[in-house]
Design a protein around this ligand. Structure first.
Ligand code: GRF
Length: 197
């Protein structure tokens, strides 16, 4: 059984989808912690309602000392016995100092068809570019932002008149299907790529 720590910064809709999926029979992962860099993240209460341990580590307390924030975050995660980490709407950039010890054991979901549109505002950029489709990617986390080995992707059409908000909502629905499906395989030691639909 893999003990999974999930890092969030906000509502945690992806985190909830992962929790619900791990509650299903036969899943090789179990949640051991939901942590946020924002003590106000509403996802913390939603995780606690489901009986999952939570932690808040306000990155602002550390000022510019990113290594100190990351060292404390690493300690909290290891104190909860995590075997792996899922970033789910986690909005802090993690340095190699944090990422390297979790190499091969940390996943992220990014709202684009990587390698297109790394970074922020991916939906607006896809619309701007006149793309016919967009989507989301689950990848292993490496020190390069939004760049690690791809484990799964889900595609959605971009529809005439789409705004970044309408497109983001359509992508988010697919995120909630893709991330749990990838984690179920990954926790069982299966790294074959998954493409939806
Ligand atoms: C989602 O668009 C996800 O792709 C990105 O963060 C956004 C919010 O995710 N990583 P959540 O609702 O907090 O899971």
């Amino acid at each position: 059984m893999k003990r999974v720590a999930i890092l969030i910064s906000g509502g945690g809709s992806n985190m909830l989808a992962l929790l619900d999926s791990m509650a299903e029979p036969g899943h090789c992962g179990m949640p051991c912690l939901v942590a946020s860099n924002d003590p106000q993240a509403s996802g913390l209460a939603r995780a606690a309602e489901r009986g999952v341990a939570t932690a808040a580590l306000d990155h602002r307390r550390f000022g510019k000392d990113r290594p100190a924030f990351e060292a404390e975050l690493h300690r909290i995660i290891t104190d909860h016995g995590a075997d792996m980490i899922c970033l789910a709407g986690f909005m802090r950039v993690l340095t190699a100092g944090f990422v390297t010890p979790w190499s091969g054991r940390m996943l992220n979901i990014h709202p684009s068809l990587l390698p297109k549109y790394r970074g922020l505002h991916s939906h607006a950029r896809a619309i701007e570019a006149g793309d016919a489709e967009h989507g989301c990617t689950v990848h292993e986390v490496t020190p390069e932002l939004d760049d690690g080995p791809i484990l799964g992707q889900a595609r959605v059409p971009i529809i005439e008149g789409d705004t970044p908000e309408t497109l983001a909502a359509r992508v988010l629905t697919m995120e909630h299907r893709l991330y749990p499906a990838v984690l179920r395989r990954f926790a069982a030691g299966d790294r074959t790529q998954l493409f939806l639909p």
